[in-house]
Design a protein around this ligand. Structure first.
Ligand SMILES: Nc1ncnc2c1ncn2[C@@H]1O[C@H](COP(=O)(O)OP(=O)(O)OP(=O)(O)O)[C@@H](O)[C@H]1O
Ligand SMILES: [Mg+2]
Length: 311
């Protein structure tokens, strides 16, 4: 295995649940040491993909390699290399938080001296040291999530799979998880799914967007935004007469579209060069502010996956 071997390589992967196609001809490559984000609406197939990548499920067709190893034949080796935060917390409810971590460490063959220290560090990091002897059932949802994240990191995996790691976490805990992920980036490959687009933008060097079991697009957050078609959008805030000025702007040749939002007009221009014309026509108008509306990752997501809510 060379340093060029990707951490994850997926080729023509497909998986059906009965008549339902969860993954179809799915292709993906994740470079070692990168933080890769997988986005997609509910039911897109993200968890199904993670289950196959983490040896919990077999594909119907196609190839998967984790650090060059095939999960169908090298499940045991792969399970030593990876840490997993599943979408649903899967803690043992009859033993304490600390015992949950100790059990995981022993299953991974860690020496007592090493895992004691590491458990102390992680409990501290996740703000759970004071509750370590309590049962997970007595924890809040966010505390249970933090315990599951700690468990996934315990054996210092080379590859970390996080299926919606920060769902249910408060802003402080979310930031703590982000900071930790950033601090280990480079030493570990991190593959995460999230519905928080700011999270993907903050953390992920590359982002893939999928829907209906298929990969739609991938790239850095900026590359994905740059691909969005459409002109430059400015928001113009008026002190009054917003309807009249919206109509005036609507009539201009360089204006592609106009939308009124309370006392503001969002105006889409053919290009930024037209802004001078707009400023000229608004000479004397009660303009309070003109601001450029940057495209967001959410704009990309909605444009690629639509606005419809999934069943
Ligand atoms: N065990 C299963 N049996 C039957 N169908 C399933 C099973 N697991 C998932 N599915 C279906 O497969 C599709 C993909 O589900 P999956 O859980 O992979 O989506 P997801 O992208 O993780 O969604 P979410 O964002 O809601 O977690 C969905 O239509 C789901 O109903
Ligand atoms: Mg899921």
């Amino acid at each position: 295995m060379t340093t060029q071997t990707p951490a994850i390589s997926v080729r023509s992967l497909s998986k059906c649940y009965g008549a339902l196609t969860a993954l179809a001809d799915f292709n993906l490559e994740v470079a070692r040491g990168s933080i890769f984000g997988l986005l997609g609406p509910n039911g897109a197939g993200k968890t199904t993909l993670i289950r196959i990548l983490t040896t919990l499920m077999r594909q119907d067709a196609g190839e998967v390699l984790i650090e060059g190893l095939d999960p169908r034949t090298h499940g045991r080796e792969i399970r030593c290399l990876i840490g997993v935060v599943p979408q649903e917390n899967s803690l043992d409810r009859y033993i304490s938080a600390r015992e949950n971590l100790e059990l995981h460490a022993r299953l991974h063959g860690m020496a007592v001296g090493r895992y004691r220290r590491r458990i102390d560090e992680l409990l501290e990091l996740m703000g759970l040291a004071g509750r370590q002897h309590d049962m997970p059932d007595t924890f809040s949802g966010g505390m249970q999530r933090r315990l599951v994240v700690a468990r996934a990191l315990l054996h210092e995996p080379r590859l970390l799979f996080l299926d919606e790691p920060t769902t249910g976490l408060d802003p402080q805990s979310r930031r703590a998880v982000w900071e930790y992920i950033k601090s280990i980036a480079g030493r570990m490959t991190i593959f995460l799914t999230t519905h928080y687009l700011d999270e993907a933008e903050q953390l992920c060097g590359r982002i893939a967007i999928m829907d209906h079991g298929r990969l739609i697009d991938q790239g850095s957050s900026q590359e994905l935004k740059d691909k969005l078609s459409g002109g430059t959008i400015y928001q113009i805030d008026f002190a009054d007469n917003v309807d009249a000025y919206a109509a005036l702007l609507q009539g201009m040749a360089c204006v592609k579209g106009v939308e009124i939002v309370e006392h503001s007009v969002c105006v889409e221009l053919v290009s930024w060069e037209c802004l001078a014309e707009v400023v000229t026509i608004l000479n004397g108008a009660p303009v309070k502010r003109i601001s450029l509306k940057e495209r967001t990752l959410e704009d990309v997501f909605i444009s690629l996956t639509g606005t419809g809510v999934r069943e």
